[in-house]
Design a protein around this ligand. Structure first.
Ligand code: ASN
Ligand code: ZN
Ligand code: CA
Length: 331
């Protein structure tokens, strides 16, 4: 985290965090001038427009509880800042569109709304407060997921249906998870689970799993000819599983106290290359080789081309990409 923060927030999911804020007429605005001018707004139950910009007299924001209106804003603003820094420092990307301009965030959308979303129309991220307005959907992985829908829109432009829709969703899970690892936050350490903090199912389990996507009861572990007929949040499983295998390899592994057991198609063994190389290959494939209509077969070709560009056609990394796709039945 760079020395451009001015405020301090007590988040719901990530402990005490630095915040990019700017002096304003009410003291401070929740406006991050160091990251393209990202602002966070209070919809206060509304579902359109921007509501009001968060402000604070002493630059100390939120109290860690959802009953304090600033708390969800702290998490959302922090998540957007982490994602900005991740794009810049890890992917060499200056904001979603590559032009140094920020999106904005809106929290407290509707009443007990259990979702979060990106919109190309407003170029913004929006977050509901979750069941009983007690679990805002503002964890690091969810913020990274939603902001990455903007990145996908401004790069490959993957159409949000069929196999390309699964790749679009997976890109958000892959980079959202990568942001969570990059953050290295003691209160929300990196994992290959999506939404483990927001309890969207009400029983403490995550929304999705990358080591074995079928753990959610719906997602696909492997490609099949019918995978493109699934909802995009389930066909994404194939690419999420590919990314886990490419990063960490097949079989059992414990990372930050979480245990994984990743199976493969036909039992093919995969040795991981680490998540940093894996997300750099994915982003190059996304931004250089994928298009709006890329399928799973096309994603395989795109990531092989990216691995060849970055590491060479005869590299161990190239071979690992090939093996990881075979392990999810994309050949
Ligand atoms: N949270 C969902 C997503 O980002 C919202 C949606 O499906 N429109 O994919
Ligand atoms: Zn999504
Ligand atoms: Ca996670």
């Amino acid at each position: 985290y760079e020395a451009i923060e001015t405020g301090t927030g007590t988040s719901q999911y990530s402990g005490t965090v630095p915040l990019g804020t700017t002096p304003g007429s009410a003291g401070f605005d929740l406006l991050d001038s160091g990251r393209g001018g990202h602002r966070t707004y209070d919809l206060n139950g509304g579902t359109s427009g921007t509501g009001s910009l968060f402000t604070d007299a002493d630059d100390t924001w939120g109290n860690g509880l959802p009953t304090n209106r600033q708390t969800a804003a702290v998490d959302a603003h922090y998540g957007a800042a982490l994602t900005w820094d991740f794009y810049k420092n890890e992917l060499g990307r200056n904001g979603i569109a590559g032009d140094g301009k920020a999106a904005y965030s809106r929290v407290h959308y509707g009443n007990a709304y259990v979702n979060a979303f990106w919109s190309d129309q407003c170029f913004c991220m929006t977050y509901g407060d979750g069941a009983n307005n007690a679990k805002p959907l503002t964890s690091i992985d969810v913020a990274g997921h939603e902001m990455t829908h903007g990145l996908t829109s401004r790069t490959a432009g993957l159409r949000y249906s069929g196999e390309s829709g699964g790749l679009n969703e997976a890109t958000s899970d892959i980079l959202g998870t990568s942001v969570e690892f990059y953050a290295n936050n003691a209160n929300d350490p990196g994992d290959y689970l999506i939404g483990e903090k927001i309890d969207i199912r009400g029983n403490g389990t995550p929304l999705r799993y990358m080591d074995k996507p079928s753990r959610d009861g719906k997602s696909a572990d492997y490609w099949s000819r019918s995978v493109g007929r699934l909802d995009v949040h389930y066909s994404s499983g194939v690419a999420n599983h590919f990314f886990y295998l490419l990063s960490e390899g097949s079989g059992t592994k414990t990372i930050n106290g979480v245990s994984y057991d990743s199976p493969t198609y036909d039992g093919v063994a995969v040795t991981g290359i680490g998540r940093v190389k894996a997300y750099q290959i994915w982003f190059k494939a996304l931004s250089v080789y994928m298009t709006s209509s890329t399928t799973y077969a096309g994603a395989r070709t795109a990531t092989l081309q990216a691995a060849s560009d970055l590491y060479g056609a005869g590299s161990a990394e190239y071979q690992a990409v090939n093996k990881a796709w075979a392990a999810v039945n994309v050949k």
